[in-house]
Write a protein that binds this ligand. Structure first.
Ligand code: LIP
Length: 284
């Protein structure tokens, strides 16, 4: 696998394409490990922010494989992974990794979990990065979304696009919830106000798959408070390259406080409701 020249934002679209190809190769290799190595009943290896914020051995193995492959292919690049954190680099490119997005689904055998791999330029912070390439590989059914900056968004090689904007009352909206009970109480408060104003709600359990589902029109919009850089990186580029706005509230970029995605007019309408509800806070 040849790698593009290291350095700042790839000026040559061919370099973007090479980063997309590498992201897909990595995501597929880790996905194969996650699928073939899944025990009948995976065990919780450890927990993080709460007893229900779980890590399985396969989360750890998947990220270790991704890091090994990147050390071979792009040794000069930085890496930010959900389980092992930041490894600094010298090229200005950082690979942002979610080894299994939708870990609870994986633990329970619910077929909605993905490996997410993105290459970003700039600080690995959603407020300051430029995502240039990404791949979200749905492990259970093999669906694979890819996107390159300015190169469009694809599902299994076919170009995808968001739905045309429709009134929120006719919009199917995805969301998700955090792992801390006080945040979930606030998120339930917001949900109670959003639910009567939209067609319906879907809670897939993988932010990356939520955003990619918006990109393919399976959802009209999505919002969630609490997303980490690795949840957001690859799938935000897929959604944006499919025509979605991916934003935060009050003019902020999408990030931990709030991420909203959808066709621009739909995203704006949802942002208005969420701002009025202070949905980017944990207030009750
Ligand atoms: C998950 C997200 C999901 C969110 C979950 C969890 P993880 O990521 O993808 O959208 O609702 O609470 O954060 O923990 O499976 O990598």
């Amino acid at each position: 696998m040849t790698s593009p020249a290291p350095g700042p934002l790839p000026a040559d679209p061919a370099d973007v394409d090479l980063l997309v190809d590498l992201a897909e190769h990595l995501a597929r290799e880790a996905g194969r490990l996650v699928l073939e190595g899944r025990p009948h009943r995976p065990d919780v290896a450890s927990t993080k922010s709460s007893p229900v914020d779980v890590v399985t051995q396969m989360d750890l193995a998947s990220e270790a494989l991704l890091r090994r492959l990147l050390a071979q292919e792009r040794p000069q690049d930085a890496i930010l992974g959900e389980e092992e954190g930041l490894l600094v680099g010298t090229s200005g490119v950082t690979w942002v990794l979610d080894p299994i997005d939708g870990t609870v689904n994986y633990l329970y055998g619910i077929p909605a979990y993905a490996v997410s791999v993105a290459a970003v330029v700039g600080e690995p912070d959603p407020a300051r990065w430029t995502v240039v390439a990404g791949c979200v590989h749905a492990v259970a059914d093999g669906r694979t979304w890819t996107a390159g900056l300015g190169r469009g968004a694809y599902l299994d090689g076919g170009r995808v696009a968001v739905n045309a904007a429709r009134p929120l009352a006719e919009s199917l909206v995805g969301t998700g919830f955090g792992y801390l009970s006080e945040r979930r109480r606030s998120q339930a408060r917001v949900l109670a106000e959003v639910l009567p104003q939209v067609r319906d709600i879907r809670r897939i359990g993988s932010a990356a798959m939520d955003l990619c589902t918006v990109a393919t029109g399976g959802l009209d919009a999505y919002y969630e408070r609490g997303l980490q850089p690795w949840d957001l990186a690859a799938a935000s580029l897929v959604a944006q390259e499919a025509g979605a706005s991916v934003v935060g509230l009050r003019g902020a970029p999408a990030g931990e406080s709030m991420a909203v995605a959808g066709p621009p007019a739909t995203a704006r309408a949802l942002v208005g409701i969420l701002e009025a509800l202070d949905a980017d806070t944990d207030r009750l």
